[in-house]
Design a binder for this molecule. Structure first.
Ligand SMILES: *Cc1c(COP(=O)(O)O)cnc(C)c1O
Length: 405
């Protein structure tokens, strides 16, 4: 007989590695953009599982794909291919610049594949001196040792012994800082086409164009990490489309599976040819369950209705936040694109984003932070307009409490 375990936040401290500090609230079910906890208290979800739940919770198309595939076939390994993986790859190729797809299980793994591919490509095409990787300060690319070292916050990669080498960091939106580092020994530039974790920072058009141009001049690959910006988040299928700057390698994860773990690296045939048989791999990559769910998510997101809806909902968010701010003057800027929105706190509340998040939670609203002074929203791409309105109401109540405290 199964032992009945009483689940609460204290149990986390007893049995879990202490690398996270989760909220005391333990959600047990969700529907669309609403979530309920163990006490049946309702929350509106503006967090989206950190830009993952692009269709909210338990979207019928995803539940159907998961249960249908769940009755057919769960796992094979890459000794065999499978129908959902090939269908999803075909759709990704048809919809983007890419000609080839590699499947992984997370954003970090997708970036790990991209970085290894770039190094291998440079070695085979240009020789063993071309190993430098240029990334950006405040950039985030995952937590494997290679990807976290490429990320632009040394605090995350320090303290684990010797790091992977020949990685340098330029300043985002500062083309001169890239020019100062790049040379023919540069193998790749890795950037987010809008920095997410780093503070919801959009690139200027001039910067994005300039980085592409510098890569061309020095035969370096341009890798776009679209793990957070991809799959409709900014109102285009991928952010590179809105920027009109095409990378050589693109990574996608988070929203790709709509809540089921999957990631992918997309590239051209010529570059892909350098990951020959046996050079890289993953047991779960291309798992049929993951790919079946991702295919359903992709179909539901990649159409004019959903993508135009993202832009309309962006306006609702920004108008609502500006209206709140006109009353309480707590934000110095509301920024971001599509449904990746940052509200930057005024100096008086510097470093207090977490307090706003906690106050919002107490009012029944799930939100995110990006650094210590920015509140971040990354809701479902199909969040109903009335849920946006109600969520903003709750957010306003939280702000009133903080302002009056
Ligand atoms: C979240 C994120 C990652 C890491 O993805 P994981 O699935 O957590 O490994 C990488 N890059 C960007 C831009 C991200 O936002």
């Amino acid at each position: 007989m199964t032992e009945q375990i009483s689940v609460n936040r204290e149990l986390f401290d007893q049995v879990m590695v202490p690398n996270y500090s989760p909220s005391a609230v333990i959600p047990v079910r969700g529907k669309g953009s609403r979530v309920w906890d163990q006490d049946n208290i309702e929350y509106i979800d503006f967090a989206g599982g950190i830009a993952v739940n692009c269709l909210g919770h338990c979207h019928p198309a995803l539940v159907n794909a998961l249960t249908t595939q769940g009755q057919k076939l769960w796992h094979l390994s890459n000794v065999m291919t499978n129908e959902p993986a090939l269908r999803l790859a075909k759709k990704l190729v048809d919809a983007t610049f890419a000609e080839k797809v590699y499947f992984a299980n997370s954003g970090a793994e997708s970036n790990e594949a991209a970085l290894k591919l770039a190094r291998r490509w440079a070695l085979e095409v240009h020789g063993s001196d071309k190993t430098q990787i240029i990334a950006f300060k405040q950039g985030f690319h995952g937590r494997t040792f290679f990807t976290v070292s490429v990320g632009g916050q040394a605090a995350y990669s320090d303290g684990f012994g010797p790091k992977p080498g020949d990685i340098v960091h330029a300043e985002y939106n500062n083309l001169d800082s890239v020019k100062a580092l790049i040379s023919d020994k540069t193998c790749a530039i890795v950037m987010e086409p809008l920095q997410g974790e780093g503070g919801i920072i959009a690139p200027t058009q001039e910067f994005a164009d300039g980085v592409r141009e510098l890569c061309n001049q020095h035969n370096a690959l341009l890798i776009f990490d679209e793990v957070q910006t991809g799959v409709g988040r900014l109102g285009e299928l991928y952010a590179y489309m809105g920027l009109n700057v095409t990378p050589d390698i693109l990574t996608t994860a988070k929203a790709l599976g709509g809540g089921f773990p999957i990631g992918a690296m997309l590239t051209t045939t010529a570059i892909a040819s350098h990951l020959k048989i046996g050079t890289h791999g993953s047991t779960y990559g291309g798992n049929p369950l993951a790919c079946a769910v991702a295919e359903a998510a992709f179909d539901t997101v990649n159409n004019n209705t959903t993508l135009a809806g993202v832009k309309a909902k962006e306006q609702l968010f920004k108008d609502g936040l500006n209206k709140i701010n006109a009353k309480y003057n707590v934000f110095k800027e509301i920024r971001g694109q599509g449904l990746l929105i940052g509200a930057v706190l005024v100096d008086e509340y510097q470093g207090k984003a977490k307090e706003f998040l906690n106050a919002a939670m107490a009012e029944g609203l799930m939100s995110l932070v990006a650094g210590a002074s920015i509140i971040r929203f990354a809701p479902s791409l199909v969040i109903p307009d009335e849920d946006i309105a109600e969520g903003l109401n709750r957010f306003e109540k939280a702000i009133v409490k903080i302002v009056n405290a």
